[in-house]
Design a protein around this ligand. Structure first.
Ligand SMILES: Nc1ncnc2c1ncn2[C@@H]1O[C@H](COP(=O)(O)OP(=O)(O)O)[C@@H](O)[C@H]1O
Ligand SMILES: [Mg+2]
Length: 308
């Protein structure tokens, strides 16, 4: 759905993005993560047909970004990283303005606008002036605007930046809803944790280079050589630590109050044997689970060059 091949962008002598290749499949929510200045907006503006590449090609919904910009724009909703000024316009007028810009006929626009207003829960704001909206509401309206022409691909440049936790949560829930509606979404952020629970794939960019990209789970397992398990018992049991230390592949056992953390470097299927052994010994397990690596850990290792 989104394809970039060898995208390269220089501003004068400054290389902003180098040799960037990426494929995002239909239905993905792809999190594009990197610190400020990494090259996210440059890549996104290229995909949005607003920036000429120094070299490289991009495709959205099968259309070439450089050769078929009008088809690309029809297939894509783009939300820029800053919100323009629209004085004296009411919320519904703003949406109507964009729907008209997409050549949607007047008699169709009413229903479309009602639908996006409902989806974005902007009903009680529809007659408010745009410039008077809170930041969170402006972001929401901006997202509504990207949806009026029912695009199959959404490209959102830091849509959650500067929002309070509740507004961020709302955006995430909305992304999931849009994914259920069959949209393909690329969303950028410089805050890792923001994307962990709504994206299925991520790409990490730093200083213009895409360092790693793929399914979150795969990238995480590349980052960790050992599985981390957490075990909690119904009641304390002195035998637990010994059983754990004696089990082949266990590299560390760390009691942390109620729970015990175990680093296990053996084969994954063997973990079920450890579980069985504990149960057979009569050790009363409350839970026994893997602790997934968090995005922060992934990012730190990837940007240090520990993961290819
Ligand atoms: N119009 C421009 N002219 C010159 N340099 C730019 C321009 N836009 C961005 N850059 C530079 O390109 C790099 C990437 O910027 P950008 O794509 O905005 O990063 P991000 O969105 O990840 O913060 C930065 O070093 C930035 O200073
Ligand atoms: Mg940016």
């Amino acid at each position: 759905m989104i394809r970039v091949e060898n995208f390269h962008k220089k501003y004068g002598d400054h290389v902003a993005v180098k040799d960037f290749t990426l494929h995002v499949e239909k239905g993905d929510i792809f999190g594009f993560i990197g610190p400020n200045g990494a090259g996210k907006t440059t890549t996104i503006r290229f995909l949005a047909t607003l920036l000429k590449p120094t070299s490289g090609v991009g495709y959205i919904n099968g259309f070439s970004v450089t050769d078929q910009p009008m088809d690309v724009r029809r297939s894509m909703g783009y939300m820029p990283d800053s919100f323009g000024v629209y004085e004296g316009m009411r919320v519904w007028e703003y949406l109507d303005f964009f729907a008209a810009a997409y050549n949607i006929k007047r008699d169709k626009r009413g229903k479309i606008i009602r639908d996006v207003i409902e989806l974005l829960d902007l009903g009680n704001k529809k007659d408010d002036f745009v410039e008077g909206l809170s930041r969170g509401m402006k972001q929401r309206l901006c997202l509504a605007k990207t949806l009026v022409h029912d695009p199959c691909v959404l490209i959102l440049d830091e849509p959650a930046s500067g929002l309070d936790p509740r507004a961020r949560h709302y955006i995430k829930e909305l992304l999931k809803e849009l994914q259920r509606m069959g949209k393909t979404i690329l969303i950028s952020s410089h805050i890792l944790a923001e994307l962990a629970d709504c994206c299925n794939k991520i790409g990490i960019i730093e200083r213009g280079t895409l360092l790693a990209a793929g399914e979150i789970r795969k990238i995480m397992s590349q980052v960790r050589e050992a599985l981390v398990l957490e075990i909690e018992l119904l009641e304390p049991d002195d035998r637990l630590e010994k059983v754990l230390w004696d089990f082949p592949g266990v590299r560390n056992v760390e009691p942390m109050g109620q729970v015990t953390r175990v680093e296990y470097a053996g084969e994954l299927p063997e973990v079920t044997r450890l579980h069985r052994e504990l149960v057979e010994k009569g050790i009363k397990l409350l839970y026994f689970k893997e602790v997934p690596a968090d995005l922060e850990e992934v990012f730190m290792k990837v940007t240090k060059g520990e993961v290819a």
